[in-house]
Design a protein around this ligand. Structure first.
Ligand code: ZN
Length: 310
């Protein structure tokens, strides 16, 4: 069993409108845009990152906004809900805030003894806020949401699967332990976690397969601290029979990817070097940053990428 993974690193989804996406995460949810760059594999599309002050691992929601992309259809083989942790007693504040912003899909629920507020993102993305008693992370306090109500970072993701068994086994190999089970829901958690260390598996053998589009999660990334830890994890996964990509340089972290038995794409990403690699913490996310391999496209991209008003 691996011990290097301590929770989520980031979650990456697709959107249909960069401006609308940016406004939702910064103005409504109060996260900080910590990087404005492009999809390294398709540089005509932005890659926008939202998180805490520095974009710490376990706080970063990222998007590829493909203009006018049709909405995805929820189903099995995908992350159906991305869940953020908020302070105890803050859900009333959040319900008012989301209702005032005309956010859709708002409902309250409880799961494994935790109160949660479900809601949809601009493209029907599945989100929830969960109250947690304590969290080692500090919410971003310089945005429109007061720091004592703010989002700490991720709490968990829910994966909606035809059959959860093989994915549960893989997560256990990655260092997760089953902590709760109720009906078709299984909760796993990483020991020595980073706050974003819970995964819920929802098994549903009759549901249709998901169709990917705007509002769909593209992949979910797990955190390891160093490149050395990532190499150890990669070797162990290969020896376990998992088809893992070589290490890919994503400028702000190193990444490896593999498709899981339930259909969800996993990534393992390093803490290092982080988002302050190419701009000061005080100005994170302000300028358009391009990786070296796409630097020659700057003039064209500055014209063609849609404007994002801050
Ligand atoms: Zn990623």
């Amino acid at each position: 069993m691996l011990t290097q993974i301590n929770g989520l690193h980031h979650v990456t989804s697709m959107a249909s409108d960069a401006q609308e996406n940016n406004a939702f995460f910064t103005n409504v949810l109060g996260l900080r845009r910590v990087k404005k760059t492009v999809n390294f594999d398709a540089p005509d599309v932005y890659h926008l990152y939202y998180g805490d002050k520095t974009g710490g691992a376990g706080t970063v929601m990222t998007y590829f906004p493909f203009p006018n992309m049709p909405k995805g259809h929820r189903g099995t083989g995908e992350v159906s809900q991305t869940v953020f942790a908020v302070p105890q007693g803050s859900l009333g504040f959040w319900q008012d805030r989301l209702e005032n912003a005309a956010v859709e899909g708002i409902s309250t629920a409880e799961r494994f003894g935790e109160k949660r507020l479900n809601f949809h993102g601009p493209d029907g993305d599945g989100f929830a806020l969960v109250e947690v008693a304590s969290d080692p992370r500090t919410p971003y306090g310089d945005g429109p949401v007061p720091v004592d109500m703010g989002i700490y970072g991720f709490h968990s993701v829910t994966m909606h699967l035809r059959d959860a068994a093989a994915t549960a086994e893989l997560l256990k190999f990655m260092g997760y332990k089953e902590t709760n089970q109720q009906g078709n829901l299984t909760r796993l958690a990483a020991t020595d976690g980073n706050g974003a260390h819970i995964i819920d598996l929802e098994a549903d053998s009759d549901a249709p397969r998901a169709r990917e589009g705007a509002g769909s999660v593209h992949h979910v990334a797990f955190a390891v601290k160093t490149k050395e830890a990532q190499v150890e994890v990669r070797k162990a996964l290969l020896a376990h029979g998992v088809h893992v990509t070589p290490v890919i340089d994503r400028d702000y972290f190193w990444a490896i990817y593999f498709r899981t038995p339930g259909g969800v794409l996993f990534e393992i990403a390093t803490h290092e070097p982080g988002f302050a690699r190419d701009e000061d913490v005080a100005h994170l996310g302000e300028a358009l940053k391009l990786p070296d391999q796409h630097a020659h496209l700057r003039a064209r991209l500055e014209k063609s990428l849609p404007e994002i008003a801050d």
